[in-house]
Write a protein that binds this ligand. Structure first.
Ligand code: FES
Ligand code: FES
Length: 151
């Protein structure tokens, strides 16, 4: 079994096939950007992009991603240049504790891949499932609009 992880073909070891995608990424591949929050698909801390869609990796079986393209927050920057969403997050100092932010960023990237110029309603709908205990929602919306302007 194989899949493409951040642009590189990788094997899914048989003994990881029954685990979740989140644990495969964190514990097998050492990519700890995606976070374990609720573990049941309701907080968004574990969000990665699978075949272009923002996906809760904590409830995605590793075996189900065979043949898919997975992008994690570690795979956003290219040649040392941050993705426009990452840059906007830095410019507006979005994170507070930071725990939810990789998932927030991946949901925002998936949104902008679908809508190059999202309305506030598009943003609210796309980001609705990503919870932030620190309440950074206002800065998240502003950063998404800044990323739109920058691209
Ligand atoms: S940890 Fe996956 S949605 Fe909460
Ligand atoms: S920045 Fe702390 S939970 Fe979102």
């Amino acid at each position: 079994m194989a899949f493409v992880l951040n642009g590189k073909t990788q094997a899914i070891p048989a003994d990881w096939a029954g685990e979740t995608l989140l644990f495969l990424l964190r514990d097998h591949f050492g990519l700890v950007g995606a976070k374990y929050g609720c573990g049941v698909g309701v907080c968004g801390a574990c969000t990665v992009i699978v075949d272009g869609v923002a996906t809760r990796s904590c409830i995605t079986p590793a075996e189900s991603i065979e043949g898919s393209e997975v992008r994690s927050v570690e795979g956003l920057a290219t040649d040392g240049v941050l993705h426009p969403v990452q840059q906007a997050w830095l410019d507006l100092a979005v994170p507070q504790c930071g725990y939810c932010q990789p998932g927030q960023i991946m949901s925002a990237v998936a949104l902008l891949n679908e809508f190059s110029s999202p309305s506030d309603a598009d943003i609210d709908a796309a980001m609705d499932g990503n919870l932030c205990r620190c309440g950074t929602y206002g800065r998240i919306r502003a950063a998404i609009q800044r990323a739109v302007e920058a691209t």
